[in-house]
Structures are given as C-alpha cells and as structure tokens.
Ligand binder design. Structure first.
Ligand code: F6R
Length: 626
C-alpha cells in the first residue's frame, strides 16, 4: 500500500536506480507515481536554500511517470526520493501524487500510511496561513514539519522528530530539504528498510528494490527515525533523540525471485511455483513415520494451544479463507473449538476472549493494518498470539508470541496464490501436530495424513502439467456473456469456493460468489440461467453425493457447470459441461489441490479479457490502512 524508494550515495541515480526500485514496488500501489531529485549546489543552485529539488509526478504507473518527464531531466544526481501510490485521501491525480512539498518549499517528502489527525493539523496550518494544493494527509505532514521548523530554533532532524510526535496514525516517510544534504526517514506501523551499501544507501518499503545493490539491510522499528548525513553517515534514534545501534541483517532474497523469469506475469509464475513453495513449507517439518513433526516455532506455545478453550483465527481476504480451512482442520483433528473472524470486524464486535484463549493471525505480508489492530486488542485481553506469516521479520511476525513462517517466498502478484497454499500447508501441519500431542488422532490416521501430505507438491505439479486443458475450459467462459459466476462446494472445500470466487472477481472484474453448495437452494439458485455458470468443487469426499444433487439442481435450470473432480470420476462427466480433474488425496488435504485449477481459470479468463492480472484495478498488496 504505497511504495517508497530513496537513494543517497556515490552513484548517479540515472533513470534506473529510483524508478526501477519503484517498478519493483508497484504491487503496493500503482495509481500514480512521482520522484523528487535533489541536486547539489554547483550542479543547480537555489538562491534561497542552496540545493535545488525538482519534483515530477504523474497519474498511472512508473512508466507513465517516466514518459511524462522531459528529456532535459538531469539524472546526474546522488539523491532522490520516489513514490508509487494507492490512493486513500483524494483521487489519483498529479496534485495528490507524492512527493509532496511544503508551501515554503523547505520540506519534500513521500509517505506510506495514514495521518489520522490530519484534519486537526490542517486546520491549525490554515489558521497560520498555509494553503494546500492537494487533498492528501501527506501534504499536511510536509507543511507541519515546515511549520515546526520555522517556529522553533531547531535543526531539520529535530523538526521532523517534533512534528512526528504530533502525528496520530501510521507512516513510513522519507524526507529531504533544499537547505541541507540530510535525508531523513522514520516509521510507525508501516515498513521501511534501509539498504546499507558501499558508500550508498537505498531506502525502500521492502527489500525488493534494495537487493540489487546490497543484501545488508536495517529494518527500522516503530517510532524510530534515521538520518543520513552527507551521503555517508547513518544515525538511528528514537523520537526523543536517544541514539540506537543499527541492527544490520543479511537478507536472503535473490534477484531472480523478484523477476518474472520468462512468465508473462508474476501471478502465473507464482502459481507455477507452488509445488516448490508448498514443499518448502513442509520440508524439514514433515518427518518420517511415527516421528513428531518438527515445528520449532510452535513448541514454545504448544501447551497454550493444546489447553486453549477456544482458538480464534483472524485474517483478511485470501488469508481469511485459509483461516476457514484451518478451522476445519483444527476442529476435525483436535476437537478444540475455533472461531474465524475478519480482522477488520474483530475489534468492533467486543470478542469474548477468555484467559487461555489463543489467537492465530494469518497474513502473507505480515503488515495488514486490520490484522495488526485486532492482534493488539487480543493481546490487551490476555490472549496468546500465534502468527502464520510469509514475510520474515514483518510486523505481525514480530508481534506474535510464536508462529510458523509459510516460506512461500516473496509474492508480487497482487492476487494471492502461492501464499494461500503456503498458509493452508502450515495450518495443516499445525493441526496434525496438535492432534498428535492431544492423542485425538489415531496412529493410522496420523501416518496416513503425513504420507499423503508428502505427495501434495507432486500432485500440484501434475495439475499444473495439465494447465493447457484448464485454459481450454476457461476459454469457454471468458466471453462477455458471462458476468456472474457461482462457486459452490461443501465442507473443507467451501472456503476454496470463496477463494475461487475472490480470485475471479479481483483480477477479471467479473462478479462471482462463493456459496456452500447446500445453501444454493435457499436463495442464490434464483440467479441460475444459461449465462451464470456454476463452478462446483466436488472431489470424492464425504459430501460428494449431496453436492452431486446440488449440481443436478443447477443443470435442471439450464445452468452451465464446471466441475473440479477427483481423477476418474465418470458420473460427473455425465452432468457437468466441463470437468477438470485433480489427483486423489485425503479429504482434509483436498483444498491444496482443488484451488490450483481455480487459480489457473481466473488467470486465463482475466488475461483473455485483457486485464492486468498482476495489478488489478483499485487493489494493492499489503493493506496497511484500516
Ligand atoms: C487477495 C489478497 C488479499 C489478502 C488480504 C490480506 O488475493 O491477496 O485478500 O489476502 O489483503 O493480506 P495479508 O495476507 O497480507 O494479511
């Protein structure tokens, strides 16, 4: 949700350093983009302040920004800050795009997050004669810093520190000024990473723009501010100016992980990575035979998990769907009651959390504001916090008492695919581990589930090997005559129906609804006609017979049917218009397979309709606002 990139150091930024960095962060927002370049006195001199800052902004992505910049732009500069925006305050427009400059031109900044008390600050600034050119909270912050600077005998760093103390909300900011060569950055609840290279610093919302230059990264903590002076000297402090020793981490991210590698989109690449990513999640944890599962991150809170009167799962979107599958797994295998809540609702429903309850938060990014806020409340009420997170070192991972990393690797496509299967794999391991400890699973079932889980990556691979057949089916549903889809399933595959529907609507803008197949007759059946296809997820499991009956109900109303079935199902071939086969597995593991054809179908329908699957309209990855 908004990406920020800055550079200060020995090299010329050229058209690549900051703009390519922003391109790597476009998955965080892409409705407008901007760059402010700071020139040294001598290169260009500002009569009033010394340095010249030139600011370029454009609606659209980074390519549109670059195309809008004149050929005369001087790229020989050692310092610039850039931004790619996901609009919160004010529509996407040049005025609302970042960087924002204060009225007196003393402060230019980029911001990710939301200044919640911006109205109050703005009112005060207007009284002081400030005029605003945008509708953003960010311009208020730029002016607030300038106002503090002008009205106190303080330096640039102190002005930013004092201004931030007045701010309520979330921010990751990068600030420059024409009157000094310092670059200031600070964070609260929005991520910010500082790459420390040889005589240079690359600052960004995450590591992806940085690893090209250095793998040594400092992740700024909440309420910390850092300043780079003269392009070389880095100091980190808290908002009271107490200096903090920098903690430099070596990141493992490789360049090929953040490139498309021959695929036409990140989404397709990430779908195809799933045999490996699911295996990476299982590897090392899934032991042989009777051996207990090796889950180091779980051990410290295992007693709490096993004793819990109730487990809450909180998450958003696709992660919430994984949570519903997690509920099925944990309840079936351990008989501990599980409640799944939307993180955005959790705080406001006054949840009944009792001592000894455990809250499992599921998040790919580990930065989702709704989930973080719900966790804070759960902590206040005494719950143990357990995280199922993909991004190592992210806020949710750090807020949790213990947890499991899904190890799905960086997910760049905005629509989540491999992160979902990683979450489901991790929750499956957790449920099996808990059940074994509680003796709520027979030896036989324990061994059977472990053996079947081991074969899941290979089975995902075999579905992907047949993707041409799935694309062929999808092509029959890509035309404009189909504007509504139903996704129907029962039991543990009902959340997969929700996920299939979400995937289709978010990347192809087709209306789709997931429903429990048995509920269809209680209302949604009214939608069925020849233009509203139903996608049934109907593997050979305990609800098979009932779902087949629901299919007959659709067929009787001339509804088209696509069915995801277990290989060799001859009955459904006589009912459905199109059939996609998945290999046989244990019922509890079927979501890891049934979701794959749904991802491929959505991808195929969206691309056939000319949609950009990596950057669906209005969306952004990592939703850091509530
Ligand atoms: C959909 C999607 C979103 C996220 C949701 C939560 O494809 O990706 O629904 O699942 O915004 O994000 P995380 O998992 O990062 O907390």
């Amino acid at each position: 949700m908004c990406g920020i990139v800055g550079y200060v150091g020995k090299r010329d930024i050229g058209p690549d350093v900051v703009l390519n960095g922003l391109r790597r962060l476009e998955y965080r927002g892409y409705d407008s983009a901007g760059i402010a370049i700071r020139y040294n006195p001598g290169q260009r001199t500002d009569e009033q302040y010394g340095h010249v800052i030139e600011n370029w902004r454009e609606v659209g992505g980074v390519d549109e920004l670059y195309d809008s910049m004149p050929e005369t732009v001087l790229w020989e500069s050692n310092c610039a800050i850039g931004h790619t925006r996901w609009a919160t305050h004010g529509e996407p427009s040049r005025h609302n795009a970042h960087p924002h400059t204060s009225m007196g031109r003393k402060v230019t900044l980029v911001h990710n997050g939301i200044i919640e008390n911006y109205e109050t600050l703005k009112k005060k600034l207007i009284q002081e004669g400030y005029v605003f050119e945008s509708q953003t909270d960010t311009e208020v912050l730029a002016n607030w810093i300038e106002y503090i600077w002008d009205n106190n005998t303080v330096d640039f760093v102190s002005a930013v520190r004092f201004a931030l103390k007045d701010v309520v909300g979330a921010y990751a900011i990068l600030v420059i000024s024409p009157s000094t060569d310092s670059v200031i950055m600070a964070r609260k609840s929005s991520p910010l990473a500082i790459g420390v290279g040889e005589g240079e610093f690359i600052i960004a919302s995450d590591a992806t723009p940085i690893v090209e230059y250095t793998k040594d990264i400092i992740y700024l903590e909440d309420d910390q501010l850092a300043v780079i002076e003269e392009g070389t000297n880095l100091r980190i402090m808290d908002l009271d100016a107490t200096e903090v020793d920098p903690n430099i981490e070596r990141v493992e991210l490789e360049l090929d992980q953040i490139e498309k590698g021959g695929y036409d989109s990140f989404m397709l690449k990430e779908i195809y990575e799933q045999p490996d990513t699911v295996w990476t999640c299982l590897r090392g944890r899934l032991t042989e035979g009777e051996e207990p599962l090796m889950m180091g991150g779980v051990e410290s809170v295992l007693p709490q998990l096993l004793r819990a009167n109730k487990i809450f799962i909180i998450a958003c979107g696709t992660s919430w769907h994984a949570g519903l599958i997690g509920k099925n797994l944990i309840e079936k295998l351990t008989r501990i009651p599980v409640e799944v809540d939307y993180a955005s609702e959790f705080r406001y429903k006054d949840p009944i959390i009792r001592p000894g309850d455990v809250v499992i938060s599921i998040s790919q990014s580990g930065e989702t504001a709704d989930t973080k806020a719900a966790m804070e409340m759960a902590r206040e009420r005494g719950a143990t916090l357990f995280g199922v997170v993909n991004v190592v070192g992210s806020s949710i991972a750090r807020m949790s008492d213990a947890g499991i990393y899904t190890h799905s690797g960086i997910e760049i496509g905005v629509a989540s695919t491999k992160a979902f299967t990683g979450q489901v794999a991790a929750l499956t391991l957790l449920a099996i581990k808990m059940a074994r400890q509680l003796n709520s699973i027979t030896d036989n079932d324990y061994l059977k589930l472990k053996a079947a889980l081991k074969h899941i990556p290979g089975k995902i691979k075999s579905i992907l090997a047949d993707s041409e057949a799935i694309f062929e089916v999808a092509s029959r549903y890509a035309s404009e005559e189909y504007q509504d889809f139903l996704y129907l399933a029962r039991g543990i595959n009902f959340p997969v129906a929700l996920e299939g529907a979400l995937k289709l609507k978010e990347i192809s803008y087709i209306h789709a609804e997931g429903y429990p197949a048995g509920e269809m007759k209680h209302g949604p059946i009214a939608l069925i006609d020849e233009n509203c296809p139903s996608v049934f997820i109907v593997p050979n499991d305990s609800s098979y017979g009932k779902v087949v009956s629901n299919m007959q109900e659709v067929k009787a109303r001339k509804g088209k049917i696509v069915a995801i079935v277990t290989k060799g199902d001859e009955l459904i071939k006589t009912i459905a218009d199109d059939v996609i086969e998945i290999p046989e597995t244990e019922e509890l593991l079927t979501p890891l397979l049934t979701v794959i054809p749904l991802q491929l179908m959505s991808y195929s329908i969206a691309t056939a309709r000319g949609c950009n699957v990596d950057k669906p309209r209005n969306l952004a990855k990592s939703v850091t606002v509530e």
